[in-house]
Design a protein around this ligand. Structure first.
Ligand SMILES: CC(C)(COP(=O)(O)OP(=O)(O)OC[C@H]1O[C@@H](n2cnc3c(N)ncnc32)[C@H](O)[C@@H]1OP(=O)(O)O)[C@@H](O)C(=O)NCCC(=O)NCCS
Length: 347
Protein backbone atom coordinates (compact mmCIF):
# COMPACT_ATOMS: atom_id res chain seq x y z
CA UNK A 1 0.00 0.00 0.00
CA UNK A 2 1.24 3.49 -0.82
CA UNK A 3 2.26 6.00 1.90
CA UNK A 4 0.77 9.48 1.74
CA UNK A 5 3.00 12.37 2.84
CA UNK A 6 3.31 16.12 2.26
CA UNK A 7 5.57 17.25 -0.59
CA UNK A 8 9.22 18.09 0.23
CA UNK A 9 11.63 19.97 -2.09
CA UNK A 10 13.69 16.79 -2.63
CA UNK A 11 10.62 15.18 -4.28
CA UNK A 12 10.57 17.76 -7.08
CA UNK A 13 12.39 15.71 -9.76
CA UNK A 14 10.17 12.68 -9.31
CA UNK A 15 7.04 14.84 -9.31
CA UNK A 16 8.11 16.45 -12.60
CA UNK A 17 8.75 13.03 -14.16
CA UNK A 18 5.31 11.79 -13.10
CA UNK A 19 3.70 14.99 -14.43
CA UNK A 20 5.35 14.40 -17.84
CA UNK A 21 4.12 10.81 -17.93
CA UNK A 22 0.53 11.66 -17.00
CA UNK A 23 -0.04 15.01 -18.76
CA UNK A 24 2.63 15.01 -21.54
CA UNK A 25 5.77 17.04 -22.25
CA UNK A 26 4.03 20.31 -23.26
CA UNK A 27 1.88 20.51 -20.12
CA UNK A 28 4.88 19.56 -17.95
CA UNK A 29 6.90 22.46 -19.40
CA UNK A 30 4.04 24.89 -18.76
CA UNK A 31 3.71 23.51 -15.23
CA UNK A 32 7.42 24.09 -14.54
CA UNK A 33 7.09 27.71 -15.61
CA UNK A 34 4.17 28.27 -13.20
CA UNK A 35 5.21 26.04 -10.31
CA UNK A 36 7.05 28.45 -7.96
CA UNK A 37 4.43 31.13 -8.39
CA UNK A 38 1.48 28.73 -8.09
CA UNK A 39 2.60 26.70 -5.08
CA UNK A 40 5.39 28.59 -3.30
CA UNK A 41 4.34 32.23 -3.64
CA UNK A 42 0.62 31.85 -2.90
CA UNK A 43 -0.06 34.32 -0.03
CA UNK A 44 -2.06 31.57 1.75
CA UNK A 45 0.67 28.93 1.48
CA UNK A 46 1.01 27.14 4.84
CA UNK A 47 4.20 27.89 6.82
CA UNK A 48 5.38 24.29 6.38
CA UNK A 49 5.36 24.42 2.58
CA UNK A 50 3.10 24.00 -0.47
CA UNK A 51 -0.20 22.23 0.10
CA UNK A 52 0.66 19.11 -1.91
CA UNK A 53 0.29 15.46 -0.93
CA UNK A 54 2.26 12.66 -2.56
CA UNK A 55 1.60 8.93 -2.72
CA UNK A 56 4.86 6.99 -2.50
CA UNK A 57 5.74 3.35 -2.80
CA UNK A 58 9.25 2.53 -1.57
CA UNK A 59 10.39 6.15 -2.13
CA UNK A 60 8.90 6.26 -5.63
CA UNK A 61 6.26 8.94 -6.23
CA UNK A 62 3.22 7.29 -7.84
CA UNK A 63 0.55 9.94 -7.21
CA UNK A 64 0.00 13.59 -6.31
CA UNK A 65 -2.77 15.81 -5.03
CA UNK A 66 -1.82 19.50 -5.27
CA UNK A 67 -4.02 22.27 -3.87
CA UNK A 68 -4.29 26.05 -4.07
CA UNK A 69 -5.20 27.40 -0.61
CA UNK A 70 -7.58 30.38 -0.59
CA UNK A 71 -9.77 32.15 1.94
CA UNK A 72 -13.37 31.41 1.07
CA UNK A 73 -16.18 33.66 2.20
CA UNK A 74 -19.26 31.54 2.93
CA UNK A 75 -22.31 33.56 3.97
CA UNK A 76 -20.03 36.24 5.44
CA UNK A 77 -17.64 33.90 7.28
CA UNK A 78 -14.05 33.28 6.08
CA UNK A 79 -12.96 29.61 5.81
CA UNK A 80 -9.60 28.05 4.93
CA UNK A 81 -10.42 26.42 1.62
CA UNK A 82 -8.35 24.92 -1.20
CA UNK A 83 -8.89 24.33 -4.89
CA UNK A 84 -7.75 20.86 -5.93
CA UNK A 85 -5.55 20.71 -9.03
CA UNK A 86 -2.79 18.83 -10.80
CA UNK A 87 -4.06 15.55 -9.37
CA UNK A 88 -2.46 12.51 -10.96
CA UNK A 89 -1.84 8.83 -10.46
CA UNK A 90 0.82 6.88 -12.44
CA UNK A 91 -0.96 5.31 -15.46
CA UNK A 92 -0.21 1.71 -14.37
CA UNK A 93 -1.63 2.44 -10.87
CA UNK A 94 -4.92 4.06 -11.92
CA UNK A 95 -8.35 2.55 -11.11
CA UNK A 96 -7.04 0.84 -7.96
CA UNK A 97 -8.36 3.27 -5.37
CA UNK A 98 -5.30 5.51 -4.98
CA UNK A 99 -7.01 8.58 -6.43
CA UNK A 100 -9.78 8.26 -3.84
CA UNK A 101 -7.22 8.03 -1.01
CA UNK A 102 -5.55 11.24 -2.25
CA UNK A 103 -8.88 13.09 -2.69
CA UNK A 104 -9.88 12.12 0.89
CA UNK A 105 -6.53 13.24 2.33
CA UNK A 106 -6.98 16.69 0.76
CA UNK A 107 -10.63 16.91 1.90
CA UNK A 108 -9.80 15.96 5.52
CA UNK A 109 -7.22 18.75 5.73
CA UNK A 110 -9.15 21.75 4.39
CA UNK A 111 -12.12 23.81 5.57
CA UNK A 112 -13.70 23.56 2.11
CA UNK A 113 -12.58 21.40 -0.82
CA UNK A 114 -13.24 22.92 -4.23
CA UNK A 115 -12.75 21.71 -7.80
CA UNK A 116 -13.12 23.66 -11.05
CA UNK A 117 -12.72 22.67 -14.72
CA UNK A 118 -12.37 18.97 -14.05
CA UNK A 119 -11.07 16.26 -16.36
CA UNK A 120 -13.50 13.48 -17.19
CA UNK A 121 -11.75 11.00 -14.87
CA UNK A 122 -11.62 13.33 -11.86
CA UNK A 123 -15.22 14.50 -12.44
CA UNK A 124 -16.35 10.86 -12.36
CA UNK A 125 -14.35 10.24 -9.21
CA UNK A 126 -15.94 13.28 -7.52
CA UNK A 127 -19.35 11.92 -8.56
CA UNK A 128 -18.52 8.46 -7.23
CA UNK A 129 -17.48 10.07 -3.92
CA UNK A 130 -20.78 12.04 -3.88
CA UNK A 131 -19.26 15.55 -3.79
CA UNK A 132 -21.92 18.25 -4.19
CA UNK A 133 -22.02 19.03 -7.93
CA UNK A 134 -22.80 22.73 -8.33
CA UNK A 135 -21.68 23.29 -11.87
CA UNK A 136 -20.97 23.89 -14.58
CA UNK A 137 -20.15 27.60 -14.27
CA UNK A 138 -22.25 29.27 -17.01
CA UNK A 139 -20.34 30.55 -20.04
CA UNK A 140 -21.43 33.69 -21.94
CA UNK A 141 -20.17 35.06 -25.24
CA UNK A 142 -20.59 38.42 -26.94
CA UNK A 143 -20.00 38.44 -30.71
CA UNK A 144 -18.12 41.41 -32.14
CA UNK A 145 -17.48 40.37 -35.73
CA UNK A 146 -18.94 38.05 -38.34
CA UNK A 147 -16.12 35.59 -37.60
CA UNK A 148 -17.56 35.07 -34.09
CA UNK A 149 -20.21 32.69 -35.41
CA UNK A 150 -17.98 30.57 -37.64
CA UNK A 151 -18.17 26.82 -37.09
CA UNK A 152 -15.36 24.53 -38.26
CA UNK A 153 -17.85 21.74 -39.04
CA UNK A 154 -19.81 23.92 -41.53
CA UNK A 155 -18.97 24.35 -45.22
CA UNK A 156 -17.54 27.65 -46.51
CA UNK A 157 -20.92 28.39 -48.13
CA UNK A 158 -22.85 27.74 -44.91
CA UNK A 159 -20.44 29.90 -42.91
CA UNK A 160 -20.78 32.76 -45.47
CA UNK A 161 -24.55 32.51 -45.44
CA UNK A 162 -24.75 32.63 -41.64
CA UNK A 163 -22.30 35.58 -41.60
CA UNK A 164 -24.40 37.54 -44.11
CA UNK A 165 -27.69 36.83 -42.33
CA UNK A 166 -26.44 37.66 -38.85
CA UNK A 167 -24.37 40.75 -39.71
CA UNK A 168 -27.08 43.34 -38.90
CA UNK A 169 -27.75 41.64 -35.55
CA UNK A 170 -24.02 41.51 -34.68
CA UNK A 171 -23.66 45.22 -35.57
CA UNK A 172 -26.54 46.01 -33.24
CA UNK A 173 -25.19 43.88 -30.36
CA UNK A 174 -21.61 45.12 -30.78
CA UNK A 175 -22.41 48.85 -31.09
CA UNK A 176 -20.47 51.24 -28.87
CA UNK A 177 -22.33 52.44 -25.80
CA UNK A 178 -21.30 55.29 -23.51
CA UNK A 179 -19.33 54.62 -20.33
CA UNK A 180 -21.12 55.80 -17.19
CA UNK A 181 -17.98 56.40 -15.14
CA UNK A 182 -14.25 56.94 -15.21
CA UNK A 183 -12.12 53.82 -15.92
CA UNK A 184 -8.36 53.76 -15.50
CA UNK A 185 -5.88 50.92 -15.92
CA UNK A 186 -3.54 49.85 -13.13
CA UNK A 187 -0.47 47.64 -12.69
CA UNK A 188 -0.90 46.92 -8.96
CA UNK A 189 -3.83 46.43 -6.57
CA UNK A 190 -3.67 48.61 -3.43
CA UNK A 191 -5.55 48.71 -0.10
CA UNK A 192 -8.61 50.25 -1.72
CA UNK A 193 -9.32 46.84 -3.30
CA UNK A 194 -9.23 45.14 0.10
CA UNK A 195 -11.75 47.73 1.31
CA UNK A 196 -13.92 47.08 -1.76
CA UNK A 197 -13.85 43.36 -0.94
CA UNK A 198 -14.78 44.01 2.71
CA UNK A 199 -17.73 46.15 1.59
CA UNK A 200 -19.18 43.72 -0.95
CA UNK A 201 -18.28 40.28 0.51
CA UNK A 202 -21.45 39.99 2.64
CA UNK A 203 -23.49 40.11 -0.57
CA UNK A 204 -22.04 36.80 -1.82
CA UNK A 205 -23.08 33.45 -0.33
CA UNK A 206 -19.85 31.98 -1.73
CA UNK A 207 -16.74 33.73 -3.12
CA UNK A 208 -12.98 33.49 -2.80
CA UNK A 209 -11.66 36.44 -0.79
CA UNK A 210 -10.43 38.96 -3.36
CA UNK A 211 -8.19 41.22 -1.25
CA UNK A 212 -5.17 43.12 -2.59
CA UNK A 213 -2.64 40.40 -1.61
CA UNK A 214 -4.62 37.70 -3.45
CA UNK A 215 -5.30 39.88 -6.50
CA UNK A 216 -1.65 40.91 -6.90
CA UNK A 217 -0.50 37.29 -6.66
CA UNK A 218 -3.17 35.98 -8.98
CA UNK A 219 -3.37 38.68 -11.66
CA UNK A 220 -0.16 40.76 -11.46
CA UNK A 221 2.57 38.26 -10.56
CA UNK A 222 1.40 35.27 -12.66
CA UNK A 223 4.37 34.33 -14.90
CA UNK A 224 2.45 32.55 -17.67
CA UNK A 225 -0.11 35.18 -18.74
CA UNK A 226 -0.26 38.96 -18.89
CA UNK A 227 -3.47 40.60 -17.77
CA UNK A 228 -4.93 44.06 -18.22
CA UNK A 229 -6.82 45.55 -15.28
CA UNK A 230 -9.52 48.20 -15.60
CA UNK A 231 -10.68 50.03 -12.48
CA UNK A 232 -13.79 52.07 -11.78
CA UNK A 233 -13.01 54.85 -9.31
CA UNK A 234 -15.57 56.87 -7.36
CA UNK A 235 -13.98 59.64 -5.32
CA UNK A 236 -11.24 58.26 -3.07
CA UNK A 237 -12.42 54.65 -3.34
CA UNK A 238 -12.73 52.03 -6.07
CA UNK A 239 -16.18 50.70 -6.95
CA UNK A 240 -14.99 47.79 -9.09
CA UNK A 241 -12.33 46.21 -11.26
CA UNK A 242 -12.18 43.92 -14.28
CA UNK A 243 -9.27 41.65 -15.28
CA UNK A 244 -9.06 40.63 -18.96
CA UNK A 245 -6.72 39.49 -21.70
CA UNK A 246 -6.79 38.87 -25.44
CA UNK A 247 -5.92 35.50 -26.96
CA UNK A 248 -5.70 33.88 -30.38
CA UNK A 249 -7.78 30.71 -30.64
CA UNK A 250 -8.20 28.29 -33.53
CA UNK A 251 -11.51 29.92 -34.52
CA UNK A 252 -10.45 33.55 -34.13
CA UNK A 253 -9.39 36.19 -31.68
CA UNK A 254 -11.09 36.32 -28.30
CA UNK A 255 -11.05 38.67 -25.32
CA UNK A 256 -11.41 36.77 -22.03
CA UNK A 257 -13.10 38.50 -19.10
CA UNK A 258 -11.13 36.63 -16.47
CA UNK A 259 -12.31 38.17 -13.19
CA UNK A 260 -14.19 41.17 -11.82
CA UNK A 261 -15.71 42.56 -8.68
CA UNK A 262 -18.40 45.14 -8.01
CA UNK A 263 -21.35 45.10 -5.65
CA UNK A 264 -23.80 42.83 -7.49
CA UNK A 265 -26.48 45.53 -7.27
CA UNK A 266 -24.16 48.23 -8.69
CA UNK A 267 -25.62 47.99 -12.19
CA UNK A 268 -24.00 51.17 -13.48
CA UNK A 269 -20.61 50.05 -12.17
CA UNK A 270 -20.73 46.60 -13.75
CA UNK A 271 -22.14 47.91 -17.07
CA UNK A 272 -19.38 50.52 -17.22
CA UNK A 273 -16.69 47.89 -16.68
CA UNK A 274 -18.23 45.71 -19.39
CA UNK A 275 -18.40 48.63 -21.82
CA UNK A 276 -14.74 49.32 -21.12
CA UNK A 277 -13.92 45.70 -22.01
CA UNK A 278 -15.98 46.10 -25.23
CA UNK A 279 -13.75 49.00 -26.28
CA UNK A 280 -10.57 47.17 -25.39
CA UNK A 281 -11.73 44.07 -27.28
CA UNK A 282 -12.55 46.09 -30.37
CA UNK A 283 -9.18 47.88 -30.20
CA UNK A 284 -7.49 44.45 -30.00
CA UNK A 285 -9.49 43.32 -33.06
CA UNK A 286 -11.23 40.50 -31.17
CA UNK A 287 -14.04 38.56 -32.82
CA UNK A 288 -15.79 37.88 -29.53
CA UNK A 289 -15.65 38.30 -25.75
CA UNK A 290 -16.10 35.37 -23.36
CA UNK A 291 -16.92 35.33 -19.65
CA UNK A 292 -17.80 32.68 -17.07
CA UNK A 293 -20.24 33.89 -14.42
CA UNK A 294 -22.14 32.09 -11.67
CA UNK A 295 -23.91 35.02 -9.98
CA UNK A 296 -27.39 35.67 -11.43
CA UNK A 297 -27.14 39.47 -11.15
CA UNK A 298 -23.83 39.52 -13.08
CA UNK A 299 -25.24 37.18 -15.72
CA UNK A 300 -28.25 39.42 -16.16
CA UNK A 301 -25.99 42.43 -16.74
CA UNK A 302 -23.79 40.47 -19.15
CA UNK A 303 -26.91 39.58 -21.15
CA UNK A 304 -28.02 43.22 -21.09
CA UNK A 305 -24.61 44.03 -22.56
CA UNK A 306 -25.05 41.71 -25.55
CA UNK A 307 -23.67 38.43 -24.19
CA UNK A 308 -25.60 35.20 -24.68
CA UNK A 309 -25.29 31.79 -23.03
CA UNK A 310 -23.33 29.00 -24.68
CA UNK A 311 -22.59 25.49 -23.47
CA UNK A 312 -20.10 25.49 -20.61
CA UNK A 313 -17.51 22.82 -20.00
CA UNK A 314 -16.26 24.31 -16.72
CA UNK A 315 -17.46 21.71 -14.21
CA UNK A 316 -17.54 22.83 -10.58
CA UNK A 317 -17.75 20.87 -7.32
CA UNK A 318 -17.59 22.25 -3.79
CA UNK A 319 -17.81 20.79 -0.30
CA UNK A 320 -17.86 22.87 2.89
CA UNK A 321 -16.27 21.04 5.85
CA UNK A 322 -15.49 23.73 8.44
CA UNK A 323 -19.11 24.52 9.23
CA UNK A 324 -22.50 22.94 8.80
CA UNK A 325 -24.42 24.04 5.74
CA UNK A 326 -27.85 22.71 4.81
CA UNK A 327 -28.10 20.77 1.53
CA UNK A 328 -30.14 23.72 0.19
CA UNK A 329 -26.89 25.72 0.28
CA UNK A 330 -25.60 23.77 -2.73
CA UNK A 331 -28.95 23.86 -4.52
CA UNK A 332 -29.08 27.64 -4.84
CA UNK A 333 -25.93 29.15 -6.32
CA UNK A 334 -27.55 32.39 -7.51
CA UNK A 335 -25.35 34.57 -5.30
CA UNK A 336 -22.11 32.62 -5.70
CA UNK A 337 -19.30 34.54 -7.42
CA UNK A 338 -17.10 32.19 -9.47
CA UNK A 339 -15.20 33.18 -12.63
CA UNK A 340 -12.52 31.95 -15.03
CA UNK A 341 -10.01 33.66 -12.73
CA UNK A 342 -10.76 31.18 -9.93
CA UNK A 343 -8.60 28.13 -9.25
CA UNK A 344 -5.95 27.65 -11.97
CA UNK A 345 -8.42 27.68 -14.86
CA UNK A 346 -6.77 30.39 -16.92
CA UNK A 347 -3.51 28.76 -17.95
C1 LIG B 1 -8.16 11.28 -11.81
C2 LIG B 1 -7.17 10.24 -11.24
C3 LIG B 1 -6.15 10.94 -10.35
C4 LIG B 1 -7.95 9.21 -10.42
O1 LIG B 1 -7.04 8.30 -9.85
P1 LIG B 1 -7.35 6.71 -9.72
O2 LIG B 1 -6.34 6.14 -8.80
O3 LIG B 1 -7.51 6.14 -11.06
O4 LIG B 1 -8.79 6.76 -9.01
P2 LIG B 1 -9.52 5.62 -8.15
O5 LIG B 1 -9.02 4.28 -8.56
O6 LIG B 1 -9.46 5.96 -6.71
O7 LIG B 1 -11.02 5.85 -8.56
C5 LIG B 1 -11.49 5.31 -9.71
C6 LIG B 1 -12.74 6.08 -10.11
O8 LIG B 1 -12.38 7.34 -10.71
C7 LIG B 1 -13.12 7.51 -11.92
N1 LIG B 1 -12.15 7.34 -13.03
C8 LIG B 1 -10.81 7.27 -12.90
N2 LIG B 1 -10.23 7.17 -14.12
C9 LIG B 1 -11.22 7.15 -15.01
C10 LIG B 1 -11.26 7.08 -16.42
N3 LIG B 1 -10.15 6.98 -17.16
N4 LIG B 1 -12.46 7.11 -17.03
C11 LIG B 1 -13.58 7.21 -16.31
N5 LIG B 1 -13.62 7.28 -14.96
C12 LIG B 1 -12.44 7.27 -14.32
C13 LIG B 1 -14.17 6.44 -11.91
O9 LIG B 1 -15.26 6.90 -11.17
C14 LIG B 1 -13.48 5.33 -11.15
O10 LIG B 1 -14.37 4.45 -10.54
P3 LIG B 1 -14.52 2.97 -11.13
O11 LIG B 1 -13.13 2.42 -11.29
O12 LIG B 1 -15.35 2.26 -10.11
O13 LIG B 1 -15.20 3.17 -12.46
C15 LIG B 1 -6.43 9.47 -12.39
O14 LIG B 1 -7.40 8.87 -13.21
C16 LIG B 1 -5.52 10.32 -13.25
O15 LIG B 1 -4.33 10.49 -12.93
N6 LIG B 1 -6.05 10.80 -14.39
C17 LIG B 1 -5.27 11.53 -15.36
C18 LIG B 1 -4.95 12.93 -14.90
C19 LIG B 1 -6.19 13.76 -14.65
O16 LIG B 1 -7.14 13.73 -15.42
N7 LIG B 1 -6.16 14.54 -13.57
C20 LIG B 1 -7.26 15.38 -13.17
C21 LIG B 1 -7.02 16.79 -13.60
S1 LIG B 1 -8.44 17.79 -13.12
Amino acid sequence: MADIARYRPEDQRQVETLYRRVFGVGSAEANRLRWDWQYRHNPHRPADGPLIWLAKEAQTVIGQYAAMPVKLSVQGEDLDAAWGMDVMVAPERQRKGLGEVLFRTWDRNVGASLGLGLSDSSYRLFKKMKWPDVGPVPCLVKPLSRRALRRPGWSVTANRLVSALTLPWIRLVARTRPLRGEISTIRQFDDRFTRLWERVAPQFAFAVRRDAAYLNWKFVQAPHVRYSIGVLERGEEVAGYVVYRHAQEARGRVTLVVDWLTAPDDHDGMLTLLRWVDREARAANSDKIRAFAMHTAFRKLLKQSGYFSVKSTMEFVSKINARDVPSAFYASTDTWHVTLGDSDQDR
